[in-house]
Design a protein around this ligand. Structure first.
Ligand SMILES: Cc1ncc(C[n+]2csc(CCOP(=O)(O)OP(=O)(O)O)c2C)c(N)n1
Ligand SMILES: [Mg+2]
Length: 393
């Protein structure tokens, strides 16, 4: 199986950008890679025009996710937040794709794309307020933890029900087309497990036939909780599932931030100029547990995980490339990580001090005005015994 957990990412392409000229099956079954695991370019010439500022921004975005996830997991283990899901090992897929979005695009995430929101400008304070579910949380403490949204940056709240978000993404893209909003695209994310759901097939069919301006991105991290890719699907690659729906389908090394960026930029530019949808499989690995409620050592060989945590680490790969070009000084990663960590700690301190939402707001927004039944229920709840809040306020 192409997505067996032991399969190393390899590139067959001598000229990496020539990958986009392959035939439909070649793109869906190949693997677009620009930088090897050790940080050396697959083809020097292909990276000749690489922008220093973009490469450093990708690096910083990836490090921000790594540092933020580690702090949030520590909070969960300390009992200060209820739940968290990390994106460890998938930072290149998250940030590389985020960098190919424009402010006017829309993002419809799955489980592990909070870093896309942060890259687009969601503040750490808003993100962390939503994880605490405090009164500064724009969703008023009613959303599940780790389901952030950011209206200002067109970042739609994550859907808990696997794959229900993909038809939403295609629908938003179709609305853009009908309303004549050219020059923008909708990005819909999913996991490998998500591609086994009916909604995935409905959405791809709809995208293919309407030529909606969307970029549908599957982060194939090779696990759906405890289900490995090998028993998830008999399809040789996930990308090739898009071909049946008449959609150009790409497959890229999801741990190569630059390959991800260029594959997604290719698709985004195509959508924005009105040339229809693209489906992209990003091959990566879920180095972390599924969530703070999961223990992967119960169902997988963590020796494999160590390989992805070690020499296949996406941050290390870009770091090696930056260092070789003289674009990252010795000690700069550590200094950057320290600064990012201070940002996260400061935001946590601010948000942990914010009071929880007022109980009186509990039934707001269900209807324009609360019905008598809701008012009666709220009054009963207000009179009931209360667990003493550990909160300072
Ligand atoms: C419709 C539905 N079925 C099952 C679940 C439970 N569930 C939550 S995440 C998940 C696995 C998702 O795997 P994948 O799509 O590969 O995403 P990943 O967690 O690997 O990022 C499952 C089965 C759910 N939330 N919704
Ligand atoms: Mg998965």
């Amino acid at each position: 199986m192409a997505h067996a957990t032991s399969a190393p990412p390899t590139s067959s392409a001598g000229n990496p950008f020539g990958y986009f000229d392959l035939d439909a099956a070649g793109k869906a079954k190949g693997l677009f890679q620009l930088v090897r695991e050790d940080g050396t370019p697959v083809d020097e010439a292909a990276l000749a025009g690489l922008d220093r500022a973009l490469a450093r921004k990708l690096f910083e975005g990836m490090l921000r996710i790594r540092v933020t996830d580690a702090r949030m997991m520590a909070l969960q283990r300390q009992g200060r937040i209820g739940f968290y899901g990390e994106a460890m090992g998938q930072e290149a897929a998250v940030v590389g794709s985020a960098a190919a979005t424009l402010p006017e695009d829309w993002i419809v995430p799955a489980l592990r794309e909070a870093g896309v929101g942060l890259y687009r400008g969601m503040t750490l304070d808003s993100y962390i307020a939503q994880i605490f579910g405090n009164s500064a949380d724009p969703t008023k403490g009613r959303q599940m933890p780790c389901h952030p949204c950011d209206r200002e940056h067109n970042y739609v709240v994550m859907s808990s029900c696997v794959s229900t978000q993909i038809p939403h993404a295609v629908g938003i893209a179709l609305a853009m087309k009908i309303q004549g909003h050219g020059g923008r695209a909708c990005f819909g994310y999913m996991g490998d497990g998500g591609t086994s759901e009916g909604d995935f097939h409905v959405a791809l069919n709809f995208a293919g036939v309407t030529r909606a301006p969307c970029v549908l991105i599957c982060q194939n991290n090779q696990w759906a909780i405890s289900t490995p890719g090998s028993v998830q699907t008999a399809s040789e690659t996930i990308a090739q599932k898009g071909l049946a729906y008449g959609i150009e389908s790409l497959r890229a090394d999801g741990n190569d931030a630059l390959a991800v960026y260029h594959a997604v930029a290719h698709a985004a530019e195509k959508a924005r100029r009105g040339d229809g949808p693209t489906f992209i499989e990003l091959l990566t690995y879920r180095v972390s547990a599924h969530s703070s409620s999961d223990d992967p050592s119960r169902y997988r060989d963590e020796k494999v995980t160590e390989v992805w945590r070690g020499r296949r680490d996406p941050i290390q790969r870009l770091e090696a490339l930056l260092r070789a070009r003289g674009w990252l000084d010795a000690g700069e990663r550590e200094a950057m990580a320290e600064r990012l960590e201070t940002d996260v700690r400061d935001a946590i301190a601010r948000q942990e001090a914010v009071a929880p939402p007022d109980l009186a707001t509990l039934v707001d927004d269900v209807y324009e005005q609360p019905t008598w039944l809701l008012r009666e229920q709220l009054a009963a709840v207000a009179q009931g015994p209360r667990v003493k809040s550990p909160h300072k306020h």
